[in-house]
Write a protein that binds this ligand. Structure first.
Ligand code: DMJ
Length: 504
């Protein structure tokens, strides 16, 4: 495992060195064309800040110094530019705080405070409900509601600021950050009480004027995902003392069990679908790769970061429902691994659709009595597989969610299979996402893919910052053997924010 971990480190280092050579300081990196761009008039640190605590975890000390120096000398958030409050919080504020937590470098905290003040001191929270608008101008503090979605904010976006702002209040002694985000949770909790039939599941949009959910669409993929994640993690962050959040989390787990799970037709794999028309509407068989964080979260929620063996022996703590949560966590993660195994490249698509054993009405290929001719005549095709991928969803953005769950499940269950699966997936990333072929460059970057089913998959020209912040960090931690290093990221002592930044 140590050898494998070294390979992960070398892939990280390669990605980082290629970025340094081609696009140092830029927010967006195009590894195929060897260019960079900024999102606004000046750099936001999108890649450097997001990568900082991974550099620290991998003990790349010279690179940590270089990145920190860039943050101190080049990064100036005083710019007339509107940023997304959620993305800036999870990636930039989270990155600075994770970097500060691991290195103790005071300038990172100073920069975090400067950024957070720009986010909260203006009027982004000045809505009738106190729920924040979607974007904020870094110089003027002017907030703005989303120009789409009828001005609503995404549920995940308003409910995924809390770990970062609460930690900052703890560090600075200034309550203003915590108060702003705690208020959001109070509003959301009262919405749950008004709608008990949803059992803790929530629509993906919220009207920031009324403080009420908008529409009926319920999903744990985009716009919904980290709402559920931060319910549990806020509870873990303060050493399991605030039951308010755990109660909300537990209710949502019941909702997931009762309303969102399905089984596939052939292998009876468990998948987690969507309710686009509300809790009483039909279960859709769509599952975003983003949902794959859920296996890890359920396991973390069941043991609260302890190993399964330890948690099970605590009779005051362990219950049958926790056992069920572990079972669901393991099965969902296996389904996510299948999303990789079922493609030509061995890498998962952005979205998969699962053939549910209840609703396909189609015969299985090869076992059907109907001949191919009849199948076509009756508008049937037969079921070859448990999942299918629509062409528009076949890309791969180097996302972390499955490896995140593999890491958490490895830590909690101690089963080697999670590391084996992780190694297989990592090998595929290495094989297909490295930018090869131009002899002028001695170091190749890594990039996103257009279609995971074509072999070799066509490459896109973009490296997502979470490749460095999350995906490679979780691979690296999955293969960790050294006990002291493991202890530094003990799930009983730290929480990963939703961008994998490490906070106590
Ligand atoms: C990351 O920015 C975060 O994990 C976020 O919560 C969801 N999506 C991406 C990675 O896929």
């Amino acid at each position: 495992w140590t050898e494998r971990q070294n390979v992960v480190k070398s892939v990280f280092n390669q990605s980082w060195q290629a970025y340094k050579r081609d696009a140092w300081g830029f927010d967006i990196y195009h590894p195929v064309s060897h260019t960079g761009e900024n999102m606004g008039p000046e750099p936001l640190g999108w890649i450097i800040v997001d990568a900082l605590d991974t550099l620290a975890v991998m003990n790349l000390t010279e690179e940590v110094s270089l990145a920190t120096k860039w943050i101190e000398q080049e990064l100036d958030y005083n710019m007339d530019y509107e940023v997304n409050l959620f993305e800036t919080t999870i990636r930039m504020l989270g990155g600075l705080l994770g970097g500060y937590y691991l290195t103790g470098q005071p300038s990172l905290l100073t920069k975090a405070v400067d950024l957070a003040d720009r986010l909260v001191d203006g009027n982004v929270f000045d809505t009738p409900s106190g729920l924040p608008m979607a974007t904020v101008n870094l110089r003027t503090g002017q907030g703005r509601k989303s120009h789409t979605d009828f001005g609503s904010s995404s549920t995940a976006e308003v409910a995924t600021l809390q770990l970062e702002f609460r930690y900052l209040s703890k560090l600075t002694g200034n309550d203003k950050y915590k108060l702003a985000v705690d208020h959001i949770m109070t509003v959301l909790e009262s919405q749950n009480r008004l709608n008990p039939e949803r059992e803790g599941l929530v629509p993906i949009f919220i009207d920031v004027d009324k403080g009420q959910y908008r529409g009926q669409n319920i999903r744990l993929g985009s716009r919904g995902d980290s709402y559920y994640e931060y319910l549990l993690k806020q509870y873990l962050q303060t050493n399991c003392t605030e039951s308010f959040y755990k109660t909300m989390y537990d209710e949502s787990v019941r909702g997931i069990q009762n309303h969102l799970l399905g089984h596939t037709a052939i292998s009876h794999n468990l998948y987690l679908g969507e309710r686009p028309h509300g809790i009483k509407g039909e279960l859709s068989n769509k599952m975003d790769h983003l949902v794959c964080f859920m296996g890890g979260l359920l396991a973390l929620g069941a043991t609260e970061g302890r190993s399964l063996a330890e948690a099970r022996t605590d009779s005051n703590f362990w219950t049958l429902s926790k056992e069920v949560e572990i079972e669901i966590a393991e099965k969902l993660t296996q389904t996510c691994v299948k999303m990789y195994e079922n493609t030509g490249s061995g890498l998962a698509p952005e979205i998969a659709f699962f053939n549910d054993d209840n609703d396909t009405g189609k015969p299985l290929c090869g076992v059907s009595a109907l001949r191919q001719f009849d199948l076509q005549r009756f508008g049937y095709d037969c079921l070859k597989d448990d999942l299918y991928i629509k062409p528009a969803d076949a890309h791969n953005l180097q996302r972390p969610e499955t490896v995140e769950s593999l890491f958490v499940l490895w830590r909690i269950t101690g089963k080697d299979i999670y590391r084996e699966w992780g190694w297989e997936i990592f090998t595929r990333f290495r094989e297909w996402t490295e930018v090869k072929g131009d002899e002028t460059f001695d170091i190749n970057g890594f990039t996103s893919l257009q279609d995971v089913n074509s072999v070799p998959p066509k490459q896109r020209d973009n490296m997502e910052s979470f490749w460095l912040a999350e995906t490679l960090k979780y691979f690296y931690l999955l293969f960790e053997e050294d006990e002291t290093a493991k202890d530094a990221v003990d799930l009983k002592k730290i929480v990963f924010n939703t961008e994998a930044h490490i906070l106590p």
